[in-house]
Structures are given as structure tokens and as C-alpha cells.
Design a protein around this ligand. Sequence first.
Ligand SMILES: [Zn+2]
Ligand SMILES: [Zn+2]
Length: 275
Amino acid sequence: MQYKGKGFLFDCGEGIQRQIMKAGFNIYSLDYIFISHLHTDHILGLPGLIETLDIYDKSNIKIFSPDGIEEFLKCFFFDQFYTPEIKIEIKSLETKDTPFSVIDNSEFSVVGISLNHIIECTGFSFIEKPKRKFVKEKIEELKLKTEDFINLRKKGYIKRDGKIVTEEEITEEIKGFKFTYIPDTYKTDNIIKLAKDSDILVIECTYLDEEEKAGKYGHLTLDYIIEITPELNCKKIVLTHFSRRYKNLEKFMKKIRKSGLKNIVLGEDFMIFDF
Ligand SMILES: [Zn+2]
Ligand SMILES: [Zn+2]
């Protein structure tokens, strides 16, 4: 994900560098890497990616991950072999059944929640802070000029006919963009707790309807995702992480069509969603 020139990567599977380049993103702009869990299909791309960032003289990279990622990286980066100069800041994630803060600043926050996989696994939401937008009718009513806007920004108010007009009176709060990533997990209420009201939700959908397998290996079925879709209230739900046992995804497509839900799409490489 790219936001105001910063790059956010959610999990780091094999071949990630090629895919980032093919997608036309600048690897150098990558600032944050969020690792959901330590299964190889989610972390194998990490050593190569760090090495590339190091070669590009990137000064630092922040990695948020469950415990163990440091030991994994030490297998690749050690004194006699290769020690990257890039500063790798690793922050260990909590395990919690309520959303917990991962990053929080004036522009956005990232929160995490524990999921229900066969090993410790975390889902993430990126939440843009609410913004204030001028209400058109009020601006026209007060006939605001450029200098008024400058004063409003500086002081938070202007004077009109002897009365004080504050910024709050003529602006409204607009909800920020919300992106949620739900990787490997079996059913859990924590999915809804984290993903509710997202603009875009990327969610694993390993199986079609094989409930038993889903429970055994800690994954979701399309049936379950369809069941919780109304409660999720997300604008767009992008399915990913399909089991390799399906030669094609026709049955998935049929099931989605039959459900009548218009906001679920099958994820493909290089899909782009603007926000
Ligand atoms: Zn996994
Ligand atoms: Zn996986």
C-alpha cells in the first residue's frame, strides 16, 4: 500500500521484489513491513528485500512481527557472511483479542488483532485519521475569501459582522480511509472486530466450503466469508490465499454470484485500488 509517499507491505512472500517492481512501485519508498506470522509463504521474501533496500542505501526499515523474525533474519545476516548497514527496527507484536495499537501518529494509525491460525498470527488495519472538510453551503453563505481560509487555518476562527465563526462550525468531519488485511486464520469474532467498516478488506479465502479442512489447518472458507459479509460492512472485500488444489477459481466465482453480494472480488496479482 502507498500512502503519502510511504510504502506499507503486509507480509513478504517469495518473489516479492519482482512483484513490487512489476507493479511499478518504488522499493526504496518502503518504510513499514507488517508480518502476520512466521509461515514461509509469508516471510521468505524478507531477506532478499532487506538486502536490496541495503544496496539502495535505505537508512532504516521498520518490521512489525510476532516473536521469532529476528532469529529468522539472523540465519541470513551474520558477520562472516553479510551484515547489512540498513537499520532494521523490529517491534514485537502483542497477542490480544481486542485491537491493539501498532503505530499511531497524527496522520494514521495501524492496529492489530490476534487471529485463529495454527501458529500465532496477527491481522492489521491501516486507519487514516479523520479529516475536516469545508461545507460548501456555509462557505457560499459567508462568502469566504482566500485570506479567510488562511486565518481559519492559522487561528481556527474568523470574525464576520462582529461575530466569531469557528472552523468547526463551517467544516465537517470526514472519516479516514480504512484498509484491513486478514491473513491466515480460522473463524474468529476478531475478524469482525478488526475489519468492520473497512473501505478495502483483503482476506484469506483458502477453501471454498471444506469446513473440516479449514478447521484443521486454520483457514477460512468462502462460505464463512459470505456469511459474515453483511456484518463486516466493508466497501470492497478482496479474496486471496486460495489453496493450490483448485485448478481455477470458477466455483468461487459461481458461489459469489449466487450470493448476490456485489462487494466481493477474487484478488489477482497487480490489481490496483485507489482511495
Ligand atoms: Zn499460515
Ligand atoms: Zn499462508
